[in-house]
Design a protein around this ligand. Sequence first.
Ligand code: HMG
Ligand code: MG
Length: 297
Amino acid sequence: MNDFVRIVEVGPRDGLQNEKQQVATADKIALIDRLSATGLRSIEATSFVSPKWVPQLADAAEVFAGIQRRPGVNYPVLVPNEQGYERALAVGVQEVAVFTAASEQFNLKNTNAGIDESLRRFEPVLARAKADGIKVRGYVSTVLGCPYQGEVPLADVVRVARSLHAMGCYEISLGDTIGVGTPLKARAMLQAVAAELPVDALAIHFHDTYGQALANIATCLDVGVRVVDSAVAGTGGCPYARGASGNVASEDVVYMLHGMGMSTGVDLPALAATGNWLAERLGRQTGSKTGKALTVS
Ligand code: HMG
Ligand code: MG
């Protein structure tokens, strides 16, 4: 089986959207430029959501205009609706990500729309993106549990993933938004989706609330998934998901994958140095164990 895993680095978006203090625009740009130099192929740069909902990323246009886009690296951005798509297009974005959830209550809190309503919002985005030659990724949140509803039936995850795929999303990221998943459940969830959609159109997105993320990823790799979302320094969470803690740290994912004989194209020391730099800018210790280990002499 193919042993290349594409890391989708979501730190600049999923990480920084949850920071209490405002991170300077120049630091966001420096972070993305540093990440671009590590060999990552996909870096989610920011999100063009309502600045009233997520003020942390209100400078999305400035950030995107300020980064040095490297050939061979994709810089997707989150868009919740057509208005976000237009803002993204205006600054030259070439890939966007739409996002909905497997849980109705979470989606209402996160986007002020039920699941079906959010899918309707995406229709014009997908249609325009197709005409404009823009790639669209799709997120399904709360695939292993919801902070409001609790258990999320697998059938709901499958239904939403199928809808996004049928609309034209080239890749569907399955998000354990609040990090409640454990390996056997994660695997069963992925298998249920992979029974309906090609596994190479799927990505996994784990948060590490209970320290399960690496175990979940390792188990899911057995199912054949080869795209993993993660955030440098383990930053993140979701402002509309009570209890959502950091994303799995990219450094730890890369360390594990390389140790399993898989390739990522990522320069681990450079990534760890970037994570440590970010943690310093945020005034705290890195959330990556690898970043800590590599700085101990
Ligand atoms: P709404 O308030 O229902 O929107 O929010 P509306 O259409 O009624 O518009 C209200 C106002 O917002 C208007 O402005 C619009 O112009 C403006 P006003 O007339 O009041 O001055 N507006 C916008 N402004 C800029 N950009 C836009 C935009 N859209 C409307 N795109 C909306 C609906 C979806 C916009 C809002 O709920 C929203 O932005 N939500 C985003 C929340 C968010 O970003 N959450 C975190 C990301 S999801 C996540 O983290 C999970 C994930 O990582 C996967 C996982 O972990 O599982 C992806
Ligand atoms: Mg997330």
